[in-house]
Design a protein around this ligand. Structure first.
Ligand code: XMP
Ligand code: MG
Length: 186
């Protein structure tokens, strides 16, 4: 699949699976089931977090409910500007609920920082973040993240939900793109 477009496999399918199980164990410990606030509410950030969200939810040993939000940050296709627009908002009120944002990747941190501020105004009982990937060298704003799957180099990555121009989301691993893909257009 995508013959020649992927320069290297950064994180294999097996590594994602193992780390997801570890993250799920660490998160589950913090949310004892039967809380008066109800089941933990996972908020998946579309579209990048789709696969991580579904695998993570199934790895958790506690009951959860799922909601999705889609946001887009103005900027080029490979970098974010911090100006965020809601493309799809939550269907439900999150006031009084324990909420966990499930993110694919924190790059500059601008999108997540905006999202945290936005969701806080809706008065959840608690609000935390789990992200599969983080690029420590790209961070522009400090965001508090309880659980991080992998810290990765400051390179553009695709696969396991992450896209370049809507392609490569369906790869089962995280890989780096061959530079020829950027330069040739599509
Ligand atoms: P910021 O910079 O606001 O970016 O933390 C967050 C959003 O930007 C996208 N993003 C990527 N998408 N490969 C991708 O496919 C990447 O390497 C990458 N880095 C950032 C992503 O949508 C993320 O939620
Ligand atoms: Mg994207």
């Amino acid at each position: 699949m995508y013959e020649g477009d992927i320069a290297s496999v950064l994180i294999s399918q097996e590594e994602i699976e193992t780390r997801t199980a570890e993250l799920a164990e660490s998160v589950a410990k913090r949310y004892p089931p039967g809380a008066p606030e109800g089941d933990l509410l996972l908020i998946g950030v579309l579209k990048g977090a789709i696969f991580f969200m579904t695998d993570f939810a199934r790895a958790l040993s506690i009951p959860t409910q799922m909601e999705f939000m889609a946001v887009s940050s103005y900027g080029s296709s490979t970098s974010s500007s911090g100006v965020v627009r809601i493309l799809k908002d939550l269907d439900k009120d999150i006031a009084g609920r324990h909420v966990l944002i499930v993110e694919d990747i924190i790059d500059s941190g601008l999108t997540l920082s905006w999202l945290l501020r936005n969701l806080k105004t809706r008065n959840p009982a608690s609000l935390e973040v789990v992200t599969l990937l983080r690029k420590p060298d790209a961070i522009k704003i400090d965001v508090e993240v309880a659980d991080v799957g992998f810290d990765i180099p400051n390179e553009f990555v695709v696969g396991y939900g992450l896209d370049y121009d809507e392609r490569y989301r369906d790869l089962p691993y995280i890989g780096t793109l061959d530079p020829k893909v950027y330069s040739s257009g599509s």
